[in-house]
Design a protein around this ligand. Structure first.
Ligand code: SAM
Length: 345
């Protein structure tokens, strides 16, 4: 059990082949959720209690449950994250400097959502790196577009430069001078020699050679500017978590058949988000990338949690057959312009 802002929750750690996801359920939803998961591909479940550990193994014909000595003789801390198991060290100096951790290196209660995002994000970067053509390069070039206060920029740099011991050249691009100054000061005080922050707009920043291009929560079409920079500089990996979706929201004219559904503002909002990020992913695929869109943290931690990940295919070239499908979607919703498409044109 863990304590969240919304009360006690049962924490599920879901282990997939290449990633782990943590999902929290309230008590009455936890058992049906476990049943659903076990019926849809998961073969093992472990329940840890202070009396016994229980292990359920689902076989093709039979399933069996065994109980063994408890892993935890004492009740583990109910704190939302168990920092000692996190990929990011809670005592990292930049976390203190940014007000996420206190002076004793403990994550502040008010910063736990941010902390969860940081860890999840570094785990995603780790998995992408492990499975990409970038692995094995002696020097890694990373650009973070719209780096803001730099939480995620510092965490990514620290992971690759200090945990993985790679030579990293990383740039955070941010249009607000005060944030650029703050982040440069923190980078210097942490001894992060390969990390610098520059004041610029995403559209005007000359990216040059880049292995990984990141844009997290860059507002509205700033995400398109960043994706365009990633594509045009042949970045091997592009990671974006889009923020607001105003450009398409303002243009969408619901098709006749969906009028009764999309007359509700919140539904139209979600549709705009789906269409915007869907078109972005198709444009990335058209440009020679394979893409995935997924929720990178639970919606209870942030509603802005969709992540687009694009990996450049080895023999990447323009895939023209996407255009007719992109045009059909735009026609269906009465969309005249989409910034990434215009930039690529
Ligand atoms: C919501 S914050 C996200 C910060 C950080 N990436 C994160 O996820 O924590 C967005 C940041 O992008 C910056 N930004 C927005 N549009 C930009 C643009 N076109 N060029 C440069 N920076 C931009 C904003 O000033 C802000 O600091």
């Amino acid at each position: 059990m863990i304590e969240t802002k919304r009360g006690s929750r049962v924490a599920f750690q879901l282990h997939y082949e290449t990633r782990q996801i943590v999902k929290n359920y309230n008590l009455q939803d936890a058992i049906p959720a476990a049943g659903k998961l076990l019926g849809s591909g998961f073969r093992n479940a472990h329940l840890f209690t202070t009396a016994n550990d229980f292990q359920l193994t689902i076989g093709k014909k039979n399933s069996r449950m065994i109980s063994v000595k408890p892993t935890f003789a004492e009740k583990p801390s109910a704190a939302h994250d168990r920092e000692k198991n996190s990929i990011v060290s809670p005592s990292a100096a930049y976390l203190k400097a940014l007000g996420i951790a206190n002076d004793s290196g403990e994550i502040k209660q008010t910063q736990r959502d941010k902390w969860r995002q940081i860890n999840r994000y570094v785990e995603i970067l780790r998995d992408l790196y492990e499975n990409s053509s970038v692995k094995g390069k002696s020097e890694l070039k990373i650009v973070d577009m719209g780096s803001g206060k730099g939480y995620l920029t510092f965490a990514a740099y620290d992971y690759f430069a200090n945990d993985r011991k790679l030579t990293v050249e990383m740039t955070g691009v941010e249009m607000r001078q005060e944030l650029v100054d703050l982040c440069n000061q923190i980078a210097a005080s942490c001894g992060f020699d390969g990390l610098r922050f520059v004041k610029n707009t995403i559209a005007d920043h000359e990216v040059g050679d880049v292995d990984i291009l990141i844009a997290l929560h860059a507002c509205d079409t700033a995400t398109d500017d960043a994706l365009f920079k990633g594509i045009s500089s042949n970045a091997s990996i592009i990671v974006a978590a889009p923020c607001c979706h105003k450009e398409i929201r303002q243009q969408i004219k619901p098709p006749e058949v969906l009028k009764d559904i999309l007359k509700h503002g919140s539904m139209l909002e979600r549709e705009a988000e789906t269409i915007t990020d869907g078109l972005r992913s198709m444009l990335l695929e058209r440009s020679g990338y394979s893409t995935k869109i997924f929720e990178f943290v639970a919606t209870e931690h942030t509603p802005k949690n969709n992540m687009i990940v694009a990996i450049r295919k080895p023999d990447a070239g323009l895939e023209n057959d996407f255009q007719a499908r992109i045009d059909a979607i735009k026609d269906m919703y009465g969309i005249g312009r989409q910034r990434l498409e215009n930039l690529l044109a």
